[in-house]
Write a protein that binds this ligand. Structure first.
Ligand code: NDP
Length: 297
């Protein structure tokens, strides 16, 4: 079997188009554009790149983008004061504090200060609890984007065996909750799991969110499985090259011989994250304005 490479870039582009197409109706009804505030503390180069691309994508979708760049030595009190000001600002529907924060700041306390109804990263315990209870929740962008790709491939996921490798608050745990919500039989695996290959072999759906280059081997996979590779790992540079290659948590070149479909790295799950952030912002804006959730999002 030669599996299909899932084009996350194209899917994300079409999602962004659908979001941009829904924004004018929101504007007309609410009398303003949806607004996303992004807070960046310090000058970590990777975070600067992420924040710049979020800003660009927000504007392109017809939304307001509010960027707050704070110096590296910002203290906890001032950061929380900014979050509280954004909570109180009616023009702001979504608040994202770019993580990781510099070491002297308490990330958990900062996330907990965000109004759960503006928590477009879905990291507040109220949103994790709503998701676990099967209620409407703002859900972390990467797992929600992964679920969209799975449903696009497979349609109804009812009754399928899904294995999620990794149990982080950002990816693994919300992914498992989303799959449970779709009536999958979900197994969560992690670093203490015994005989991971045997567990993965039973899965119709595999989501790998580990952070270990090409850990999941081709012969671990059931014939015809659909695989979502969330991992982003940079290999050591080859001789003469400045930067190493990006690879996922799955050995893609082996896996394609076994699977029905798999997300490549890069170009699979990665592009979905910002598209879902925009989706969450529009959903949060609609809820705050008392409007129904835009269809198809
Ligand atoms: P974390 O480091 O927070 O979690 C990794 C998880 O993998 C942990 O639960 C850990 O288990 C588990 N794990 C580690 N080693 C093994 C092993 N040998 N066997 C089985 N499980 C193992 O990572 P994240 O969830 O934040 O991210 C995972 C990957 O996804 C990373 O590569 C990250 O860069 C990428 N990522 C990509 C995004 C995107 O936009 N595409 C967004 C977010 C993340 P334990 O709990 O027991 O320690």
């Amino acid at each position: 079997m030669t599996g299909q490479l899932i084009d996350g870039k194209a899917f994300a582009a079409s999602l962004r188009e659908r979001i941009a197409a829904a924004v004018p109706a929101f504007k007309e009804q609410a009398g303003r554009a949806p607004g996303l505030a992004v807070v960046l503390v310090g000058d970590d180069p990777a975070s600067q790149v992420y924040v710049a691309s979020k800003h660009k994508a927000t504007i392109a979708a017809g939304m307001e983008s509010f960027e707050h760049r704070l110096p590296e030595d910002t203290d906890q009190e001032n950061l929380i004061a900014l979050v509280e000001a954004l909570n109180a600002d009616d023009a702001v529907d979504g608040i994202l504090v770019q993580l990781p924060l510099p070491g002297h700041l308490d990330e958990k306390a900062v996330v907990m200060a965000i109004d759960p109804d503006k928590d477009v990263d879905g990291l507040h315990v109220i949103n994790a609890g709503r998701l676990a209870n099967g209620e409407e929740a703002l859900t972390p962008c990467t797992p929600l984007g992964s679920l969209m790709l799975l449903k696009d491939q497979l349609g109804d996921l009812t009754g399928m065996n899904a294995v999620v490798v990794g149990r982080s608050i950002l990816v693994g745990k919300p992914m498992a909750q989303l799959l449970l919500g779709e009536n999958c039989t979900v197994t969560m695996a992690h670093s203490r799991t015994r005989d991971l290959p045997a567990i993965v072999r039973g899965a119709d759906i595999v989501v790998a969110a580990v952070g270990r280059a090409e850990m999941v081997k081709g012969d671990w996979l059931k014939e015809g499985a659909v695989v979502i590779d969330v991992g982003i790992n940079r290999l050591a540079p080859e001789p003469g090259k400045e930067r190493g290659r990006l690879v996922g948590d799955v050995a893609t070149s082996e896996a394609v011989d076994h699977v029905r479909a798999i997300t490549p790295v890069p170009g699979g799950v990665g592009p979905m994250t910002i598209a879902v952030l925009l989706r969450n912002t529009l959903v949060a804006a609609s809820a705050r304005a008392g409007l129904t959730k835009p269809k198809g999002l």
